[in-house]
Design a binder for this molecule. Structure first.
Ligand SMILES: C[S@@+](CC[C@H](N)C(=O)[O-])C[C@H]1O[C@@H](n2cnc3c(N)ncnc32)[C@H](O)[C@@H]1O
Length: 213
């Protein structure tokens, strides 16, 4: 599967992004950030969201890491965020780049998971959970009705040792979305969860490094 955008898609995204920048900014303003954290923006794309996070963190001494698998989006975001000195860029598949374990206070994933094949999602969410510091938070926004439903989201996060702190299925200016904040629960480290899925059933078998049953 290729995530490389066409030139038309890049131009459209940047054009629309400039028009709706205020909505993205107001979303970032609602996020529970102190400003001094280490934040990972997973699937940062064009950076229309990341630029507001970078600005918030720049004021508080925090740091932003932008990860994207697309080299074209990576070039775009490096240009968009060129004025910020508190941003690191990492190109590659989130499960294959060598980000340190337990190193982020907050991970943001905005409109990314639904775009990823269902079979890949468990490993991706598990990887995100491993990259969070103990007590760290995963902040997630996904569109409703685009191939990722509530039950799968619950199964994916639970399997990764993430506990829902706040979860809402509601309508925002972008349309109906799931908004969730998940805490990295105080659980033993998960090895790869065994997952089987058919079109409408998800079953996850949790395997931990130590037996806490
Ligand atoms: C729909 S875009 C969302 C971009 C941005 N978060 C936003 O809301 O504007 C999804 C992004 O995730 C990236 N992506 C998809 N799978 C990825 C993976 N496995 N590792 C890193 N980035 C990935 C894509 O290249 C794309 O830029």
């Amino acid at each position: 599967m290729s995530y490389e955008p066409s030139t038309v898609e890049i131009c459209l995204t940047l054009g629309i992004g400039a028009i709706i920048a205020l909505f993205y900014r107001s979303y970032v303003d609602t996020l529970p950030l102190q400003g001094n954290e280490s934040v990972l923006d997973f699937g940062s794309g064009s950076g229309i969201l990341s630029r507001h996070i970078a600005a918030r963190l720049a004021r508080g001494g925090g740091h932003l890491t932008c990860v994207d698998i697309s080299s074209r989006w990576m070039k775009v975001i490096q240009h968009t965020l060129r004025g910020f000195h508190n941003v690191t860029y990492r190109l590659g598949h989130i499960t294959r780049i060598d980000l340190p374990e337990a190193s982020f206070d907050t991970i943001l994933t905005h409109f990314v998971l639904h775009d990823i094949p269902a079979a890949e999602r468990p490993l991706i969410v598990n990887t995100l959970a491993r990259k969070l510091k103990p007590g760290g938070r995963l902040i997630l926004r996904e569109p409703q009705g685009h191939g990722l439903d509530l039950h799968e989201l619950q199964a994916l996060t639970t399997a990764a040792g993430l506990a829902a702190q706040d979860f809402e299925a509601h309508k925002v200016w972008l349309g109906p979305v799931y908004d969730g904040i998940f805490h990295k629960a105080d659980l033993p480290q998960l090895v790869t969860p065994e997952i089987s899925h058919s079109s409408d059933v998800f079953s996850i078998n949790l395997i931990y490094t130590s037996d806490h049953s």
